[in-house]
Design a binder for this molecule. Structure first.
Ligand SMILES: Nc1ncnc2c1ncn2[C@@H]1O[C@H](COP(=O)(O)OP(=O)(O)OP(=O)(O)O)[C@@H](O)[C@H]1O
Ligand code: SF4
Ligand SMILES: [Mg+2]
Length: 364
């Protein structure tokens, strides 16, 4: 965990009501933290629970369809678990902002973009009238809308996808968010515009010190923007590392497979690779097989993986150091520990804590 995270999530669970009257977990025991000024990327294939996590963090999942619980859900000094609807409304667009893949559906089609930004300013900062108009124009300028005074009275449908995303970012900036959640913010845009939006997010982060939770399928943009990456599979976080460490030496068998779907450096920039190229699919909530949810797709699966529910635990350099120290304390340090520390790797650990698989020498 970072020294003083802005967002601290421990053991987040989200269950959706299923047709048979039961509940199926879409997010299962997820923990993460983000510091001010930091970008954490949340990656994984379609259906692994990324957007559900984001909606839970925005207080946008309601009972009885969704049940959200967490051991801790803290944003700055606020316990999100204790917020009522009024508290969530104050936080949304204020402390925490969110932008989506499809900005058009997030904008009101019958209001000018200027008016929508003014409304956001009024709602979150109480600014009105001429002052609000001036600030709205300033925000349009900040997000790179050319000729803001002329664009102010345009309706969303008159803008390109990239411009609409800029307007949405401007509306979110109206609330001066300390955390911006960006859920596939560039997936609907072509590659040149995508690069411009990413550059805008990076520049805003630099200017404002906001934290960024970047949700994406696209590992290319993770490399450009993120400091750390958390990988999700079937509602669970299976690995979390600094971005370079993850790209250099992915630890978990699923992460290793994901990274193999990355375009090579010689791949044309226009050829986007989505993470859907691993044969098979993420099981829907409640439909994961017994044992490890990744077992049907895992090259290392053993019979035992289908029986036990392993604690998917990546052995990071830090873990290995701790393990090493522990062994030192107990005077049980042997050659095997030294070998562990040098190589790093992943162990899928079952309940009895004996390594199920050691995937140290696998190269993505
Ligand atoms: N309101 C809901 N009721 C029931 N199931 C839901 C609901 N919302 C999402 N799900 C299911 O939860 C799982 C996770 O969905 P989620 O949208 O979080 O995935 P995702 O990782 O964001 O995928 P994508 O990359 O396609 O956006 C999916 O199987 C989805 O069908
Ligand atoms: S527990 Fe087994 S199936 Fe699951 S990732 Fe590890 S080795 Fe693969
Ligand atoms: Mg999603």
């Amino acid at each position: 965990m970072s020294a003083s995270p802005l967002l601290y999530v421990k053991d987040l669970n989200v269950a959706f009501a299923s047709r048979d009257g039961g509940a199926a977990r879409a997010v299962d025991g997820l923990s993460l933290d983000i510091a001010a000024g930091e970008t954490l990327a949340l990656v994984g294939e379609s259906g692994c629970g990324k957007s559900t996590t984001a909606l839970a963090l925005m207080g946008l999942l309601d009972a009885p369809d969704a049940r959200v619980s967490a051991a801790q859900l803290r944003f700055g000094g606020t316990d999100l678990g204790a917020l009522d609807e009024r508290g969530w409304r104050a936080l949304r667009g204020g402390g925490i902002g969110m932008i989506f893949q499809d900005p058009l559906s997030a904008l009101n089609p019958v209001r000018t973009i200027g008016r929508q930004i003014v409304e956001a300013l009024t709602l979150h900062r109480g600014v009105r009238g001429r002052v609000a108009r001036g600030e709205a124009l300033e925000l349009l300028r900040l997000v790179g809308i050319p000729e803001p005074a002329r664009r102010y009275d345009d309706y969303p449908h008159r803008l390109s996808g990239g411009m609409r995303q800029r307007v949405l970012i401007a509306m979110e900036q109206a609330g001066e968010p300390r955390l911006l959640i960006a859920d596939e913010p560039t997936t609907a845009l072509d590659v040149t515009i995508q690069a411009q939006i990413l550059a805008l997010l990076a520049s805003l982060q630099k200017q404002t010190g906001m934290a960024l939770l970047l949700i994406t399928h696209d590992l290319g943009i993770v490399g450009q923007l993120a400091h750390r990456v958390a990988v999700m599979y079937a509602g669970r976080k299976i690995e979390e590392r600094p971005v370079d460490a993850l790209f250099d030496a992915p630890l978990h068998p699923y992460t290793q497979r994901l990274l193999r779907t990355r375009p090579s450096p010689t791949h044309a920039a226009s050829e986007r690779t989505r993470l859907s190229e691993i044969p098979g699919a993420v099981p829907a909530p409640g439909l994961a097989p017994g044992g490890c949810a990744f077992a049907p797709r895992c090259a290392f699966a053993q019979a035992r993986c289908r029986d036990d529910v392993p604690d998917w635990r990546a052995i990071t350099e830090r873990d290995e150091r701790d393990e090493h120290d522990e062994h030192d304390e107990h005077d049980e340090h042997d050659e095997h520990d030294e070998h562990d520390e040098r190589n790093g790797g992943v162990r899928c650990v079952c309940a009895d804590e004996s390594p199920l698989i050691d995937a140290r020498h696998v190269h993505a």
